[in-house]
Every structure is written in C-alpha cells, then in structure tokens.
Design a protein around this ligand. Structure first.
Ligand code: SAM
Length: 214
C-alpha cells in the first residue's frame, strides 16, 4: 500500500469513527475521556498493517464508549471484546455499535480489566487507552492494564502519558515483551471535569506496540 493509499484508508476510518459518541456523564476517577477518532484510526490502521487485526481476537481493555473496539470491528477481526468496569459507557458503546454498523459484532463485557477477566484460546491483540492515574494521584495506573495485556495478549497497543517509554520498556523486559513500534500523539480534550480550568486541554501521549512472547 502506498503512503497516499494508506493515508486515505486511515482518514476514511477516522471519518467512520467520528459518529462514536463519548461519555454522557464522565467519571473523573475512572479517567473517562474518549480517544479522538484520528488517534483511534491511527492505532487500528498500524495494527491492521502489522497483521494484528485480521483473523485475530481483539480485546479493548477499558473500552469506555467503544472507540478502539469499534475501529477494530470495522476491519476483519474474528471477534472483538470490549471490557469496562462501568456499565454506563457500555450502553453508549452498544448504541455506537449500531451507528458505526461494523460487520463484526462486539461483545461488551462489564468487568475489571486489571484482573484479566478473559482467557481466550486464540491469538489476541489488545488495544487500550487505560487510565494514567495522573488525576487521582495514582500515577502508574496503566501498569495493571499492562499486566493484563501481558497475560492475555500476543500483541498490544497502548496509549500512555508522554514520558512513559522508560517505564513501558522496563515493564515489557520484565514480562516477556518487546516494544516493536512507538509513536507520539497529542490531542485536545474538551473541558469535562471540574479540575479542568480551560475549555480544552492538550494531552501529550505515547503509543506502544508490544509483542508478548513470554
Ligand atoms: C481514558 S478512558 C478510555 C476509553 C476508551 N477506551 C476510548 O478510547 O475512548 C479509560 C477507560 O477505562 C475504564 N476503566 C477504568 N478503570 C477500569 C478497570 N479497572 N477495569 C475496566 N475498565 C476501567 C474507564 O471507565 C474508562 O472508560
């Protein structure tokens, strides 16, 4: 695929994901903000090019209203599972699934993503934009999500706070994983929590693909 074609494919996916509604009543302690469609499309597109979506089981840990799970469902996975601890965004995710109209159904599961609620037999690709813990003073909250990714995933794509590379690399090393791809992404969050003092807020993040072999 040429760069031009790849760019067009990715932009089309971002357009398809633009209909995904965000959190109706976001809960700050759970860091409920949704991944922008452009970034979700970028992650899913890279995963698809790597062969990590087609024919695979894709699990979105902390799926919220379903952005990453639905992005994967718009490709050709065998199945897609979205897990979130809060039932409210899961019902929005079901509505979003109807809006997006993907060919692959998504199983929406209420559960704690940090206790590995699944043990699929097939190869699994994990997609996740987990809580960072920065607002709750529990920096490193993404570690527990990475533990689940290491347990259930063959490959994972995860979004982290900018400056996390050293931690993610060390975690992967200690848990039978290797970072194969990394890219930076910044996006704007609308003002949605009381502790946000401006209309929008810029977040600098890093995305890592990890191959888990351990
Ligand atoms: C930053 S949001 C990302 C939402 C969604 N993945 C997206 O990209 O739009 C983090 C999500 O993790 C969920 N979450 C927080 N702690 C969780 C846990 N222990 N188990 C499952 N989901 C959790 C929150 O409810 C929230 O939906």
């Amino acid at each position: 695929m040429t760069d031009g074609n790849a760019g067009a494919t990715r932009r089309r996916l971002a357009q398809e994901l633009a209909v995904v509604a965000g959190f109706e009543d976001p809960r700050a302690p759970l860091e409920q903000y949704h991944t922008p469609p452009d970034l979700a499309a970028h992650i899913v597109h890279v995963a698809d090019l790597q062969g990590d979506i087609e024919g695979e089981t894709v699990v979105d840990l902390g799926c919220g209203t379903g952005m990453l799970a639905l992005g994967a469902a718009l490709r050709s996975p065998t199945r897609v599972v979205g897990v979130d601890i809060d039932p409210a965004p899961l019902s929005t995710a079901r509505e979003n699934e109807r809006r997006v109209g993907a060919m692959t159904d998504v199983s929406w599961v209420r559960g704690d993503a940090t206790t590995a609620p699944l043990c699929p037999d097939d190869p699994v690709t994990v997609l996740m934009n987990p809580p960072f813990g920065a607002q709750s003073g529990q920096e490193g909250a993404d570690r527990a999500f990475l533990e689940t990714a290491a347990e259930v995933g063959d490959f994972s794509y995860s979004v982290h706070n900018a400056g996390s590379q050293e931690f993610v690399e060390a975690f992967a090393d200690d848990n039978g994983g290797e970072i194969t791809h990394a890219f930076a992404a910044e996006f704007e969050l609308p003002r949605q929590f009381d502790h946000h003092d401006t209309e929008t807020r810029q977040i600098d993040t890093e995305v890592f693909r990890i191959e888990w072999t351990g």
